[in-house]
Design a protein around this ligand. Structure first.
Ligand SMILES: Cc1cc2nc3c(=O)[nH]c(=O)nc-3n(C[C@H](O)[C@H](O)[C@H](O)COP(=O)(O)OP(=O)(O)OC[C@H]3O[C@@H](n4cnc5c(N)ncnc54)[C@H](O)[C@@H]3O)c2cc1C
Length: 543
C-alpha cells in the first residue's frame, strides 16, 4: 500500500506531475473539433461505495477500506477516468488483498474458489481495455494487488537471465538490473506504473521493441497459480518439448491463472541512446523508409513515423512556440516539404561508437528517399518527455477535450488501407451527434512483415459524463469494427480485456475461442479469475 498513496485517482500518474497543453495545441484542437462546451472537473471524491460483502479469510494482507476499494475499482481507459472523476463508478471490489508469496497467491485462489468469490489480478492497474474493471456481480469480488511480489528472486549473469516477482513495476525492475549493468529494455509508455506480470498477461510492447523485442521475446520462463493447479515453465534457451506453455500464459489476462514470477532475458545496459529525426514530404515516403530500414536488419532500437496531423501536433507541442520553428518551416519549404510532412524518429542504443555507426548505416539506406534531417534535438525532447505525455490527457479533460488511443497491426501490403479505413471510421463516428473527431496516427512497432498503427483521437466533452462516455463508445465501436473488417488485429499490444472481447471470435475463429475456453476451464473450472476479460464478454462498451 505504501508508495501508492501519491498515485493520482481519476487520472494518470502522480499528484504534482503535469503536462499542460501548449497554446498552439489548444488552438489546433479548436480548429479541428470546435471550442470546448464543457469540462470534466478533476477529483474523484463523489463516489458512494456500498458496504463491502464479506469475503473469507484470505491468509494475507487484506483491506476493505474505502480508499483501497476505490483505488482498485477501475483501470486507466478514458471511460474509467471519466467515471472516477464523475463519482459514477458502478461497482467496487469488496476487498483488496496483497499476497507476498506464490504460496499466498495459491492460498487466496483456493479459498476464493471454495467460497465462490471472484478474484481480479491487479499488476499496475494501467489497463486501457477494461482489464481490471470490477463489474456489478452477484458474487463478492476481491482484487489481488500483486505489488508485494516484487523482489529480484535470482540473477544468472552467465546466462543473462533474471527472475522477478510478477508485481514489480518498470522503474524498480530497471533499477535492479541497472545496478548490475543490465537492462530489460522494455519501456511501454505506462512503464512507471505497469508491472512485469501485467506486461506478460497483456503481451505488451515497449517503445524500443524494434531493438529489444516485445515482452513475448523477453520471457524465458514463468510460474503461475490457478485454482486448477500450479504451472512452472523453466527457462530454456529453446525447446521442442511440445507446445510452448509459457506462450499460453502470454496474453491470458488472468484467465489461465495468476503469474507469480517471470524469468526474463536481459542485456547489457547501453551507455548511449540517440534519436535522429527526419521529415518526409509524405506518409508514403516515410512508410517506404521505415519498411526499407526494418527489412534491412540494421540494428536500430526504434522507428516511429507520425502521419501529417500527428506531425503538425508534434510541431505545435514541441517547436511551435519558438523562433526556431519559423526558421525550420522556411528551410523545409525550400527543401519541398510542406503541409503533408511526416516526422520519423530513428533510435539507436549502445556505446557511442555503435550508435554513430548504426545511425550512419540507417542514413545511407534511406539516402535518396526525400527525408530531411532535423538532427537529434526533437528526439532528445521526446525521450525526455516520453513518460510525461500521458498527463496531457488529464490536462485536456480539464479544458473540455477528451482524448484516447487505440492500436492495431497488419502486414505492409495491407497497412495503408487499414490506416485509411480506421481513420475514416474514427473521424466519422460522431457525425450523428454533429461532433467532429480529430485523428492522429503513427507507426511505432515495425517488423519485416508489417507494423502496428497507433491512433490518437480527440473529441469534445459533453455536458453530461454519460454522453461523453457514449461518444467514446461510438468511436471505439466504429474503429474496432473497421479493424475487424479490414482483417487487422484487434490489438497489437493493449490486449483484449473486456472491451475487445466481443470481437475476439472474428479474429481467433470459433475453434480458436473454444480451445482458449477449454484451457480456462481446466485451470479455473468455476471461472473465478477475471471472468469477463478475453472470453465471455458481459459488458457493453459504456459500462
Ligand atoms: C498512459 C498509458 C500508456 C500505455 N502505453 C503502453 C505501451 O506503450 N505499450 C503497451 O503494451 N501497453 C501500454 N499501455 C497499456 C498497459 O499499460 C499495458 O497493458 C500493461 O501491460 C498493463 O500492465 P499492468 O501491470 O498495469 O496490468 P494491469 O492493468 O494491472 O492488468 C492488465 C491485465 O492483466 C491481468 N494481470 C495483471 N497482472 C497479472 C498477473 N501477474 N497474472 C495474471 N494476470 C495479470 C489483469 O487482471 C488485467 O486483465 C498503456 C496504458 C496507459 C494508461
Amino acid at each position: 500500500m505504501a508508495g501508492r498513496l501519491h498515485r493520482r485517482l481519476g487520472g494518470w500518474g502522480f499528484t504534482g506531475e503535469n503536462f499542460p497543453p501548449t497554446p498552439e495545441l489548444l488552438a489546433w484542437l479548436t480548429r479541428q473539433i470546435g471550442p470546448a462546451v464543457s469540462c470534466v472537473p478533476a477529483g474523484a471524491e463523489g463516489s458512494q461505495l456500498p458496504r463491502p460483502r464479506p469475503v473469507p479469510h484470505l491468509g494475507c494482507g487484506v483491506s476493505a477500506d474505502e480508499p483501497d476499494r476505490l483505488a482498485h475499482a477501475r483501470g486507466q481507459g478514458l471511460p474509467d477516468i471519466l467515471r472516477l472523476r464523475a463519482g459514477a463508478v458502478p461497482a467496487f471490489p469488496d476487498a483488496v488483498c496483497w499476497p507476498k508469496t506464490a504460496d499466498e497467491v495459491a492460498g487466496v485462489l483456493a479459498r476464493c474458489d471454495s467460497a465462490g468469490v471472484e478474484v481480479i489480478p491487479w499488476g499496475g492497474g494501467t489497463s486501457v481495455t477494461g482489464g481490471v474493471n470490477v463489474l456489478p456481480e452477484d458474487r463478492p469480488v476481491v482484487v489481488m494487488d500483486l505489488s508485494a511480489l516484487a523482489a529480484l528472486e535470482s540473477f544468472d549473469e552467465r546466462s543473462r537471465l533474471a527472475t522477478f516477482g510478477a508485481g514489480i513495476l518498470g522503474p524498480a525492475l530497471e533499477a535492479s538490473l541497472a545496478s548490475r549493468g543490465y537492462t530489460l529494455g522494455h519501456f511501454p509508455q505506462s512503464w512507471e506504473l505497469s508491472s512485469l506480470g501485467g506486461w506478460v498477461a497483456t503481451r505488451s510492447a515497449g517503445q524500443e521493441s524494434l531493438g529489444f523485442g516485445r515482452i513475448d521475446d523477453m520471457v524465458a520462463g514463468l510460474e503461475a497459480a490457478a485454482p486448477g493447479g500450479r504451472l512452472s515453465v523453466r527457462p530454456m534457451p529453446g525447446s521442442a518439448a511440445g507446445p510452448d506453455l509459457k506462450r499460453l500464459l502470454l496474453g491470458s489476462e488472468g484467465r489461465f491463472g495468476i503469474i507469480t514470477s517471470v524469468t526474463v532475458r536481459v542485456r547489457p545496459l547501453p551507455s548511449n541512446r540517440t534519436i535522429q529525426s527526419l521529415l518526409f514530404p509524405s506518409w508514403h515516403d516515410g512508410m517506404d523508409a521505415v519498411r526499407t530500414l526494418v527489412q534491412s536488419g540494421v540494428p536500430l532500437t526504434m522507428l516511429r513515423l507520425s502521419d501529417p496531423p500527428e506531425t503538425e501536433v508534434a510541431m505545435a507541442v514541441g517547436l511551435g512556440a519558438t523562433r526556431a520553428a519559423g526558421l525550420v518551416r522556411r528551410y523545409l519549404h525550400i527543401r519541398g516539404i510542406g503541409d503533408g510532412a511526416c516526422l520519423l524518429l530513428v533510435g539507436a542504443a549502445g556505446d557511442p561508437q555503435t550508435v554513430r555507426r548504426t545511425l550512419r548505416q540507417a542514413g545511407h539506406l534511406i539516402d535518396g528517399s526525400h527525408g530531411v534531417s532535423l538532427g537529434t534535438r526533437p528526439g532528445a525532447q521526446w525521450l525526455k518527455d516520453r513518460f510525461r505525455h500521458p498527463y496531457l490527457r488529464d490536462a485536456l479533460l480539464d479544458v473540455g477535450v477528451a482524448t484516447d488511443t487505440l492500436e492495431t497491426a497488419a502486414p505492409w501490403s495491407a497497412l495503408d488501407d487499414v490506416r485509411q479505413s480506421v481513420r475514416e471510421a474514427i473521424a466519422g463516428a460522431l457525425e450523428g451527434a454533429q461532433e467532429r473527431v480529430a485523428v492522429l496516427c503513427h507507426i511505432s512497432h515495425p517488423y519485416p512483415d508489417g507494423a502496428s498503427l497507433y491512433f490518437t483521437f480527440f473529441f469534445r466533452v459533453a455536458t453530461d459524463h454519460g454522453e461523453t462516455i457514449a461518444r467514446w463508445a461510438a468511436i471505439k465501436r466504429a474503429a474496432t469494427n473497421a479493424i475487424a473488417a479490414a482483417g487487422a488485429t484487434l490489438s497489437h499490444h493493449h490486449g483484449i480485456g473486456q472491451w475487445h472481447a466481443p470481437w475476439l471470435e472474428q479474429e481467433a475463429g470459433s475453434t480458436g475461442v473454444a480451445i482458449l475456453r477449454s484451457v480456462a476451464h481446466q485451470l479455473d473450472p468455476n471461472t473465478i479469475i477475471n471472468p469477463h476479460v478475453l472470453l465471455d464478454p458481459m459488458t457493453r462498451l459504456e459500462a
